[in-house]
Design a protein around this ligand. Structure first.
Ligand SMILES: [Zn+2]
Length: 212
């Protein structure tokens, strides 16, 4: 069987995935950030401010999930991604999450642009690809949660923690308005597949309009 991203050293896989997402236009310039859980309590995440089409395995820093403290950098001057707090919130709330990917796509922004400002959920059409999120229902009625795009990123993370304190989302993905999507999974390959699926659905909504 062909290699999956799960067969690679996580930082090598993350660099390859960033390159692939960049090629698809989902990580323009330095936008977006990718992380993988290391052990139970730490994560590797893209260092801040790097062009995502040109990363290598040294372009990730090790961060403690609970404290947010950077434990290891691989090159002088590296800092964790500005959006690390969002990844930490996901790993804290969902122990099964082993990888978390955040991308900025045109279609995600277009799909959300059709959603009235007061709504915080984007209903999805019952597309076949939703099965890729391990949801096996006939004509599933599901939605993606939409969060406000605060300039103060930790505030976005706090709202994620708050909204999921007692409930779990339908799908292991969420949206940030005018910004992009965050998707997680139990492995690097699963998270990769789910970003593709989420972008398929968002592209569909961007072209077809909101489901009625
Ligand atoms: Zn972002």
């Amino acid at each position: 069987m062909a290699l999956s991203y799960d067969d690679l050293e996580p930082r090598v896989a993350l660099a390859q995935i960033a390159s692939e997402f960049y090629r698809r236009g989902w990580m323009p310039g330095t936008a977006g950030n990718l992380s993988a859980r290391a052990g139970d309590s730490q994560l590797w995440i893209t260092a801040s401010g790097l062009p995502k089409g040109q990363l290598d395995a040294q372009d990730f820093v090790l961060v403690d999930i609970d404290s947010g403290e950077m434990l290891e950098r691989q090159r002088p001057g590296q800092k964790p991604s500005a959006e690390t707090s969002i990844h930490r919130a996901i790993y804290q709330r969902f122990p099964e999450a082993r990888a978390c990917f955040h991308v900025h796509s045109i279609d995600a922004c277009l799909a959300m642009s059709r959603l009235p400002a007061q709504l915080q959920r984007l209903a999805l059409p019952p597309l076949e690809v939703i099965k890729g999120f391990d949801l096996w229902e006939q004509d599933p009625q599901v939605a993606l949660d939409v969060f406000s795009n605060w300039l103060d990123v930790p505030r976005i993370a706090e709202e994620i923690t708050e909204r999921y304190r007692d409930v779990s989302p339908n799908l292991s993905a969420l949206l940030i308005r005018n910004h992009g999507s965050t998707v997680w999974g139990g492995s690097l390959q699963t998270a990769f597949n789910r970003v593709e699926i989420a972008e398929f659905i968002l592209s569909y909504i961007a072209r077809a309009g909101l489901p009625v």
